[in-house]
Ligand binder design. Structure first.
Ligand SMILES: C[S@@+](CC[C@H](N)C(=O)[O-])C[C@H]1O[C@@H](n2cnc3c(N)ncnc32)[C@H](O)[C@@H]1O
Length: 271
């Protein structure tokens, strides 16, 4: 772990922009999940591992001036980015908390709800993360979580050995630092043990052709993460070149289809 309390994909500008693009493409799905969980004006909501705050701005607007959002994040750079984003958007109902939710206690409690996306997959002790989320919400409070649950479902058609190898390398890199690319499938058990009752589970899988806006989600992921895998020594330059060429080739074929890695949407109520 670097002094900046980085995460594996880094907190550089390109990754920050990728998170923004990703959030924009996921926004309708996220809004549907929040609605299903009953998020409403006046609520106090904890944004767990909020990153640069794209969803935090929307939560702030959703809860309105009588509500509150606590943005909890380990990376100082992302937390500052979230603060700046919220200030620029005129969101005055957000507090910002620099916290490592694995090694430190949760700084807020008694909230009506928590929102947590793509955080558990990076951590070596997801049970500790879940315990901290439970500490953030009141009895009866509700959690909405999105986590990968079957990463290998990430496929390109016509099939590409380079993309398949990339998926395997991403999984191996995550596992080598204690993460779990399929952490979603462990969540119902971990949530139950931490004092949550899971009330709804929904797999989230999408397919996209090169002309679909959603194509940019997996494509930008490959283009951002593959150079990171090179830096980490997981792949070599020749594989990186072949992978990017395979992606560019696929983009030239209007009938290419990417199936995105399966996420699990979990809604749970604190007992
Ligand atoms: C893939 S990003 C997702 C960011 C945001 N949740 C979103 O959906 O856009 C993962 C985030 O989890 C944060 N994170 C990872 N481990 C953490 C920990 N132990 N405590 C707090 N935040 C953590 C990272 O710093 C990063 O911002």
């Amino acid at each position: 772990m670097s002094a900046e309390r980085d995460y594996q994909l880094g907190t550089h500008d390109e990754e920050l922009q990728r998170l923004g693009l990703q959030h924009g493409l996921w926004q309708p799905t996220v809004a549907r999940g929040w609605q299903a969980a009953g998020f409403r004006p006046g609520w106090r909501i904890a944004a767990i591992g909020c990153g640069p705050g794209f969803a935090t701005v929307e939560l702030s607007r959703l809860v309105g001036p009588k509500g509150h959002v606590a943005a909890l994040e380990r990376s100082q750079r992302y937390l500052e980015s979230a603060r700046h984003r919220c200030e620029s958007a005129g969101c005055a109902n957000v507090s910002f908390h620099s916290v490592d939710l694995i090694s430190e206690p949760c700084p807020v409690e008694g909230y009506d709800a928590a929102w947590c996306r793509w955080v558990a997959m990076w951590v070596a002790d997801p049970a500790r993360l879940v315990a901290n989320i439970r500490a953030a919400v009141r009895d009866g409070g509700v959690l909405v979580m999105h986590e990968y649950t079957h990463y290998r479902s990430f496929r390109l058609s016509p099939s590409s050995p380079e993309i398949e190898q990339f998926v395997e390398q991403v999984e191996a890199a995550l596992r080598s630092t204690g993460g779990d690319p399929d952490v979603g499938r462990r969540m119902p058990g971990l949530l139950n043990a931490a004092g949550f009752e899971v009330t709804a589970l929904e797999p989230l899988v999408f397919s996209a052709r090169p002309s679909d806006p959603l194509w940019q989600w997996p494509a930008s992921y490959i283009r951002t993460y593959a150079p990171r895998l090179l830096e980490m020594g997981c792949i070599d330059r020749s594989f990186l070149a072949r992978l990017l060429a395979a992606l560019t080739r696929a983009e030239g074929d209007p009938d290419s289809v990417i199936v995105t890695p399966m996420n699990l949407q979990i809604i749970a109520r604190a007992r």
